[in-house]
Design a protein around this ligand. Structure first.
Ligand code: SIN
Ligand code: MN
Length: 209
């Protein structure tokens, strides 16, 4: 697991917000998904590359509203590849991966959260090889939890700020993780001035199916 603090420049953060804004409104854009029991997740989500949702996982090509997954923007593919190259300077054995999925979450401050879970719906091959998940944080700061089990009292906590990138691959690929809270009014002023980002936090996780 590697945390690259303040890795994404404000310019690239602005570009990412604009990409999410461009695709996030309309068919295939942000919606509030539900768990199997009908409870809503406390976030808005959209997917690039392949649709994922908490009930059907990656099994359905189309969402319940009939929309297909949006194409994965090439800017996000190249950013992921550069990030992994840079991360390898710290951890040589980090496996490489070619992202074909990006799940974008938007958490409004205070209400937004995500319970501890594992990212284990990608292909057996991807999981077996420990192909990393590259997780980009933009906007308000999150208190992020991670640990070996689903027990939130045993989890470690770290603040993820705008521009931070967390990578979990290899032995950490199946780490339990979640978002305890999003701290209001913590996004960089410059980002707010240069985009239409609402109060809250965007998180993009890039993965190889
Ligand atoms: C996720 O686990 O899918 C998102 C994590 C985050 O928002 O940092
Ligand atoms: Mn996850």
């Amino acid at each position: 697991m590697i945390l690259m603090k303040n890795y994404i420049s404000i310019k690239d953060q602005v570009d990412i917000v604009n990409i999410c804004e461009k695709w996030g409104v309309g068919p295939g854009g942000f919606y509030q998904p539900s768990h199997e029991n009908g409870a809503k997740l406390r976030l808005q989500m959209m997917c690039f590359g392949r649709n994922w949702d908490p009930v059907t996982k990656y099994k359905k090509r189309c969402r319940s509203d009939g929309s297909e997954a949006l194409p994965l923007p090439h800017e996000l593919i190249s950013l992921t590849e550069t990030t992994l190259q840079d991360a390898r300077a710290h951890l040589q054995k980090l496996p490489s991966m070619c992202p074909d999925i990006c799940i974008v979450n938007f958490y409004p401050p205070v209400y937004g959260r995500l319970g501890l879970h594992q990212d284990c719906d990608e292909s057996n091959d991807s999981l077996r090889r420990g192909l990393p998940v590259v997780s980009i944080s933009i906007g308000d700061t999150a208190e992020f939890l991670y640990g070996r089990t689903r027990d939130k009292y045993k989890a470690e906590s770290v603040l993820l700020k705008s521009g931070d990138v967390l990578i979990f691959g290899g032995k950490s690929r199946l780490v339990f993780h979640g978002v305890k809270q999003v701290l209001p009014n913590t996004a960089p002023l410059e980002l707010l001035q240069e985009t239409a980002l609402r109060p809250g936090r965007l998180n993009l996780t890039l993965r190889q199916f």
